[in-house]
Ligand binder design. Structure first.
Ligand SMILES: *Cc1c(COP(=O)(O)O)cnc(C)c1O
Length: 432
């Protein structure tokens, strides 16, 4: 039942996260609410950072992909742990800068950054802007010239690798809105263009082959495909690119049956490929960047709800409705994402009923999980949905004008609010 080290059951039979009783948390902060274990987040960040040190001799940087879960406190935690941060919008960039995150360690992604976002990135000296298309390169070059600066960039490349993941989150193939294609020569062409631009410094190349990937092979393959391109660039331009960004996408445990490979194993195997293959091609070892998002925060977070109506439809199904739904977790509606659901106040009882957990939004598709195992529950029980730390808070909406949830951070059994619950006043604040 436990998908993460930070989840347990205490002597009252209540589910705990980071040593805090979730039933008590529900009482104190109300539901629905997101709860994270800070130690688990820090442990994951450290594991990635340490493995960069161990396997790349410090010649690399672990960068947290903040789109998985972005708020000021998360940026502070990354800063304290010494990782970089990857942002994909002005809003995420603003959040990182608002806690004085070192700009040199910020990586700015996105397939259609706006003019204003690019100005913001250059003004604030963002270390690496990952350029996605020629239009962006030209715009950026002009902005950098206007500001009398040199913009550090990488190019996003489509290495054309099928990472065997869900179609909606597969981004490495040619039919993708992200990046430059290899096989058409598009990538080489834009690289040659950039190296002649006076206000652009091409630091290296980037790829991101997908998300929730359990295998190591696609990452190894991506590394070799990218290094082949490094070699071609050297042969054709005489320039040896310095940085290789291999993106994120490491899988996590959503269900008990999920078995992601340990991250240290990815790091070890991929670093071996990078080292050996660089040497084989006569290239110097590049500075390597990785961008884990989900794997840092996913299993460190849960969502707490209170059960309301329980609707039993004989011979069909039982709907257990909760006080949240697709507004705080749109992932089931989007791509039928899997989750384990546990009754927090009956955590030591067996999950011997099969129910559908529904939200409170006016949408039949507003489900958290269909046909999932759960303890026998009734109105007033507290439900915990596990592994909701990634792409839940960050994908939340105000559909039905339901206020967004607070984020509670737990550390060594103690809890604090790091994002306040939204109020009705806040929701209507911009209405004229
Ligand atoms: C989404 C994304 C990541 C993080 O992916 P995870 O699956 O959360 O690890 C990293 N890099 C880029 C460019 C991304 O788009």
């Amino acid at each position: 039942m436990y998908v993460s080290d930070c989840i347990s059951i205490n002597e009252s039979g209540h589910l705990t996260i980071g040593g805090a009783d979730t039933v008590e948390l529900a009482k104190e902060y109300g539901t629905p609410a997101y709860v994270f274990d800070e130690n688990e987040i820090r442990k994951n960040l450290r594991a990635f950072k340490n493995s960069m040190d161990e396997y790349y001799g410090g010649n690399g940087l672990a960068v947290y992909a903040s789109k998985a879960f972005c708020c000021k406190e998360m940026c502070r935690i990354c800063m304290q742990e010494g990782t970089g941060i990857d942002v994909v919008s002005g809003g995420e960039l603003y959040t990182a800068l608002s806690v004085d995150f070192p700009a040199e360690k910020i990586v700015f992604h996105g397939n259609n950054k706006t003019y204003d976002e690019l100005v913001m990135a250059v003004s604030n000296n963002v270390g690496r802007i990952v350029v996605d298309n020629v239009y962006e390169l030209e715009t950026l070059s002009k902005i950098a010239a206007q500001q009398g600066k040199t913009a550090g960039i990488m190019f996003r490349i489509k290495p054309g690798i099928d990472a065997h993941t869900h179609d909606f989150i597969k981004t490495g193939q040619i039919d993708s809105k992200f990046g430059f294609a290899l096989e058409t020569g598009e990538a080489m062409e834009v690289i040659k263009k950039a190296v002649n631009m006076p206000n652009i410094k091409l630091r290296g190349l980037h790829c991101h082959i997908g998300s929730q990937i359990f295998d190591i092979d696609p990452f190894e393959l991506a590394a070799t495909v990218m290094l082949d391109l490094f070699k071609s660039v050297k042969d054709e331009t005489g320039i040896e690119l310095e940085e290789l960004n291999l993106g994120g996408g490491f899988g996590i445990k959503y269900l008990e049956s999920d078995c992601p490979r340990p991250y240290a194993e990815y790091m070890k195997n991929v670093s071996k490929v990078v080292k050996e293959y660089s040497e084989k091609l006569g290239l110097k070892m590049p500075f390597v960047i990785i961008e884990p998002g989900r794997s840092v925060v996913g299993a460190a977070g849960i969502t707490l709800y209170t059960v309301g109506a329980v609707k039993e439809i004989p011979d069909i199904r039982t709907f257990v409705s909760v006080d949240g739904g697709m507004g705080d977790n749109p992932r089931y509606a989007l791509y039928h994402a899997d989750y384990e659901v546990v009754c927090a106040n009956k955590a030591n009882e067996e999950r011997n009923t099969v129910v559908t957990v529904a939200g409170k939004c006016c949408e039949s598709g507003d489900l958290i999980q269909e046909d999932t195992k759960l303890q026998a529950v009734e109105a007033g029980d507290i439900l915990a949905v596990l592994s909701t730390g990634a792409y839940n808070y960050s994908m939340a909406s105000n559909y039905n004008r339901i206020p967004r949830l607070p984020v509670i951070m737990v550390k060594d059994g103690k809890s604090r609010v790091v994002v306040k619950r939204e109020t009705y006043e806040k929701i209507t604040e911009n209405d004229i």
